[in-house]
Design a protein around this ligand. Structure first.
Ligand SMILES: NC(=O)c1ccc[n+]([C@@H]2O[C@H](COP(=O)([O-])OP(=O)(O)OC[C@H]3O[C@@H](n4cnc5c(N)ncnc54)[C@H](OP(=O)(O)O)[C@@H]3O)[C@@H](O)[C@H]2O)c1
Length: 266
C-alpha cells in the first residue's frame, strides 16, 4: 500500500521539486496539493508533467478530504503553524519543511501531536550535506567553547535567521551555550552588532542580492579556528531525497522531532 501525501506548497520552488520526487517514488502517492493561485487546477498542468493528475486545493480543510497519511508543510512561515495544527486535527502525520517556526510554536505543535498520537518531523534543511554539517558542528562544540553562526541568503528571503541557522543553534544548545568573553550587557556599542543570542549561540543573518543560501559556523580557539561552511546551489533538488526520507519515517513517530538525523543512522 502506498503512502498518501498532501503537499502544501507543491507548486512552489521547493515544493514543485518535491512534487516530482513523490510522483516518481513507487511507494508514495501524491493525493492532494495546496496552492491558492492554482486551486481548481491539476498539478501536471501547472508543472508541465504528463500523468501527474493530483488535484490542487486552496485550503487545508479541502485538501484533507483526500485522507492523506502524511501532510507536508512547504509554504511560508505565516501560514505554517495553522496548517500543521489543522493537519494534526485531521489525523495525519506531518513533515515540516517551512522555516521560521519558533521553539514556542513547536511546543504548541508538540502538545497537539501528543494529544492525537501523531508524529511531526520538522527539518530546517533536508539536504544531506547540511545534516552532516550539523553533526560535525555538534562534535566541534563538545571540544571548542566559542562559536558564532552566520547565515547568508538573497535579499528577498523573508525570514531571518534561516531555518538551518535556527536548527543548528537549537542543536548546539543541547551540547552547551557558546562562550562570550565580553558579556552582551557589558559590551560597548549597539548590541545588534553582535547578532542575536538564540538558544545560546550568536547568530548573524546577511541578506543581499547575489547570495544563494549558505551558512558558516565558526569555532574559535587561541591561535586557531575551524570554519564549517555549507553552500547550496540554485536548484531545489538537494532537498528532495531528505524530504522523501522524512515522509517515509514520520509515521513511526509521536510528537515533534527536529532534524533529519533524528530518523537516520549514524
Ligand atoms: N527544509 C528545507 O530543506 C527547505 C528547503 C527549501 C525551502 N524551505 C522553506 O520552505 C518554504 C517554502 O519555500 P519556497 O522557496 O518553495 O517558497 P515559494 O516558492 O514561495 O512557494 C511557496 C508555496 O506555498 C504556497 N503558499 C504560500 N502561502 C500559502 C498559504 N497561505 N496557503 C496555502 N499555500 C500557500 C504557494 O502557492 P500560492 O502562492 O499559490 O498559495 C507555493 O506553492 C520556505 O519557508 C523556505 O524557507 C525549506
Amino acid at each position: 500500500m502506498s503512502v498518501k501525501i498532501c503537499l502544501a506548497g507543491g507548486t512552489g520552488w521547493a515544493g514543485s521539486a518535491l512534487s516530482c520526487g513523490i510522483f516518481e517514488a513507487p511507494d508514495l502517492q501524491l493525493t492532494a496539493v495546496i496552492s491558492r493561485k492554482h486551486a481548481g487546477q491539476v498539478l501536471g498542468e501547472v508543472l508541465d508533467i504528463k500523468g501527474l493528475d493530483t488535484p490542487i486545493f486552496g485550503s487545508v480543510g479541502e485538501a484533507l478530504s483526500s485522507k492523506p497519511d502524511v501532510f507536508v508543510e512547504y509554504t511560508q512561515p505565516d501560514a505554517a503553524k495553522s496548517h500543521v495544527l489543522s493537519a494534526l486535527n485531521g489525523g495525519t502525520h506531518v513533515v515540516v519543511g517551512t522555516s521560521g517556526l519558533s521553539d514556542n510554536d513547536y511546543q504548541e505543535i508538540d502538545e497537539a501531536a501528543q494529544k492525537v498520537q501523531r508524529g511531526v518531523l520538522a527539518v530546517g534543511n533536508f539536504a544531506l550535506t547540511v545534516v552532516l554539517m550539523q553533526k560535525f558542528a555538534e562534535i566541534a562544540a563538545r571540544y571548542i567553547p566559542h562559536w558564532e553562526i552566520i547565515d547568508y541568503a538573497h535579499s528577498a528571503k523573508i525570514d531571518a535567521p534561516s531555518g538551518t541557522a535556527l536548527e543548528l543553534a537549537n542543536r548546539l544548545s543541547a551540547v552547551r551555550e557558546s562562550q562570550l568573553d565580553v558579556p552582551l550587557e557589558k559590551m560597548h556599542g549597539p548590541r545588534e552588532s553582535r547578532g542575536a543570542r538564540l538558544d545560546g549561540s550568536q547568530v548573524h543573518s546577511v541578506r543581499l542580492p547575489g547570495y544563494a543560501i549558505s551558512l558558516d559556523v565558526i569555532f574559535g580557539m587561541h591561535e586557531q579556528k575551524l570554519v564549517l561552511r555549507h553552500e547550496s546551489g540554485s536548484s531545489a533538488e538537494p532537498y528532495v531525497d531528505g524530504a522523501l526520507i522524512a515522509i517515509r519515517k514520520v509515521r513511526g513517530l509521536v510528537g515533534v522531532h527536529r532534524g533529519l538525523d533524528s530518523v537516520m543512522d549514524f
